[in-house]
Design a protein around this ligand. Sequence first.
Ligand SMILES: Cc1cc2nc3c(=O)[nH]c(=O)nc-3n(C[C@H](O)[C@H](O)[C@H](O)COP(=O)(O)OP(=O)(O)OC[C@H]3O[C@@H](n4cnc5c(N)ncnc54)[C@H](O)[C@@H]3O)c2cc1C
Length: 580
Amino acid sequence: MTPYAPTDDILFALKLAADEEEMTSGLFQDLANGFAEQTILEAEKFAKAQLLPLNKIGDQIGARFNAGVVTTAPGWVEAYEKWKNGGWNGLSAETEYGGSALPILLNAACTEIWNSANIAFALCPLLSHGAIEALSAHASAELKNIYLPPIISGAWPATMNLTEPQAGTDLALLRTRAERGEKGSYRIYGQKIYITYGEHDLSENIIHLVLARLPDAPAGTRGISLFLAPKFLPDDAGGFTRRNDIRCVGLEHKLGIHGSPTCTMSFGDTQGATAYLIGEENNGLACMFTMMNNARLSVGIQGVALAERATQMALAYALDRKQGRALGALATSSIIEHPDVMRMLLTMASLTSAARSICFETAASLDRASREKDPTKAKVAFERASLLTPIAKAFASDIANETTSLGVQVHGGMGYIEETGAAQLMRDARICAIYEGTNGVQAIDLTMRKIMLSEGKTLENELTDMDKIAQDHSCEDLINAVQALKEASAFIQQALKQDPNIALAGATPYLRLFALARGGTLLNKAADRAKKNNDPHSIRRETIAKFFSRNIANCAPALAKSIIHGADSTLAGAKIFNRP
Ligand SMILES: Cc1cc2nc3c(=O)[nH]c(=O)nc-3n(C[C@H](O)[C@H](O)[C@H](O)COP(=O)(O)OP(=O)(O)OC[C@H]3O[C@@H](n4cnc5c(N)ncnc54)[C@H](O)[C@@H]3O)c2cc1C
């Protein structure tokens, strides 16, 4: 059996983020009495039976394009039908439109499992989840009534259409046009690139969420509106059979996630693509951010999923492969006996656990924000989720790249050739650091905006929590990591007032530093909880927490130094790289 995501670790991390008390008498009661366990086991059963067997087929055959028609890899259509019928799509969506209104945290746990099995497949529902949030928050009652039920059920998957050839990170440059049409509708004209699942054969309709600019819109990001444009429009008989003026004109050939069609989409080649406004005119970016924030956390979880799978595969291989004699051994040893291989495996396992705990904390904070009745507490929870989201996305996807690469290394030559699947994981992971806002953009978001939420109070609360855990453990490396984060935070906050370029130069090391301190403290909290509860994996959790503190989080002071003293030397690059 191919090594796979360990559900006991996922469940343990979920319970830690939800907090046991809140599961018995608080906001997360719907996870109690074995419900979370049962759901996670069912999600795993589905993933193993339906998604895992298609992972390699998706990679090798991929999605294909022929004259505007996109065909997914063999087995994809049947698996999607089962996905839909299993009711997985609407796990955390509101009940009013057919969802199950379960915690985002539970959906996050299941999302990890599905992405571990087959990220290219799981990407389709991932985007629908973001669209559900955006429509729930911003669409009119009429649009919600028509479109939310089929998106939630999975019958009509949704897409996100932002990117254009000249407008990637900088959406102010987007040119897709929208014109006001008849009966309150709009017509869209333009081309979008890199649209995930923009066209496919999994469903009878596809719902595109599209950013476009009205003729009288102000320049820049304040002049962007968000529209819903279905592939098929309603007909007079109440069906959806009228083809909208939207075409897929090609598929990208890419490094990984071959099973996921990455489409070039043309809107309005003839009469204009009929579309409906979501939210208010010129306020589209704010609406799209609801979708993007959801998707950012999900991409972080994709990172955890691939990192975990890589770790499991590397561990199985290291136990099996025999090379060399470990010191003191009488016969050839399994490579796991060599300290250097052990170091690689522990690096992979501890980075993965740290990233998972940060992602699940973010998800639980989002649940608290929406479930908490007290508006002050809800705001605190929302801002905590906002602070953690860029860290969850960027750290988890960065470590996915690091761990999947280490996974190849543990396999030696077998990792580099395609047979084991280690190489596919590495190729698939690469995109996670790029889409949904590159990791550089996440670092900038954290540094320029998130640490200043509520005049810095949100950050202060997080630092206080980390400090307490580090002090309680009397762990020098953790105490130093939190101290380094405090110093770097104070430096960045000052730099923001004096010379923001200094803060920008340190943004990426700052995000990493934050993740090391937060991840390390959460792993130690997990180890404590495991010991207290006589968790059967208590020794494993303690070993991982200790390894992370002493071998990974101990780099924190060096990162702080680079942030505080390294900006000038970074900005000096202008002297050598800028063309005269
Ligand atoms: C497989 C795949 C699937 C995708 N799916 C979708 C989708 O479904 N919908 C969609 O709309 N898009 C999608 N994208 C597009 C993706 O979101 C963009 O590629 C991404 O946002 C980066 O934009 P870009 O490629 O234009 O890079 P650029 O914006 O050109 O960035 C290049 C580099 O410059 C850096 N950079 C740019 N601006 C700044 C700045 N202001 N400060 C600091 N650094 C900066 C970036 O961090 C990056 O390292 C997908 C892309 C791929 C490859």
